[in-house]
Design a protein around this ligand. Structure first.
Ligand SMILES: [Zn+2]
Ligand SMILES: [Zn+2]
Length: 135
């Protein structure tokens, strides 16, 4: 079982998997939302994902041009998971919120065209200028 929580513990979530993809997104939206150089994201099926606690859905237009929804804890403001309207079958868990940080290992980096040099990870990642498939 994949489990996680926010900083204050008011919100918890779990997913039985499977892991659909493991990426780091370096788009400017992810940078601004997280205050960092990118967001590590674990994709899981929405149908079996369960969350409890007070979340607020923050809706913006994502890098794809489609609405992106980021769910944050109302109490502590932690970014927890995304429920993209462009992919209604998916939940995108922000890997920093996982209970077991070793439950995630990124395989690819997205939007490297927007990645600052200081955010490059020392990992062998498949790199995409924006979203795959774009090379
Ligand atoms: Zn919280
Ligand atoms: Zn992004």
């Amino acid at each position: 079982m994949i489990t996680g929580r926010c900083l204050c513990g008011a919100v918890r979530y779990e997913s039985p998997g499977p892991r659909l993809f493991s990426i780091v997104c370096h788009c400017r939206d992810c940078q601004r939302a997280s205050g960092s150089g990118g967001v590590p994201v674990l994709g899981v099926p929405r149908a079996s994902f369960a969350a409890s606690g007070p979340v607020r859905a923050v809706r913006t237009t994502g890098g794809s041009g489609e609405p992106a929804v980021r769910n944050v804890c109302i109490e502590c403001g932690s970014l927890l998971f995304g429920t993209p309207e462009s992919a209604p079958d998916l939940v995108t868990i922000y890997a920093g919120s996982l209970d077991d940080s070793l439950a995630f290992m990124p395989e690819a980096a997205l939007f490297v065209s927007q990645r600052p040099p200081w955010a490059t990870l020392a990992l062998p990642l498949e790199e995409h200028a924006r979203m795959p498939p774009d090379g």
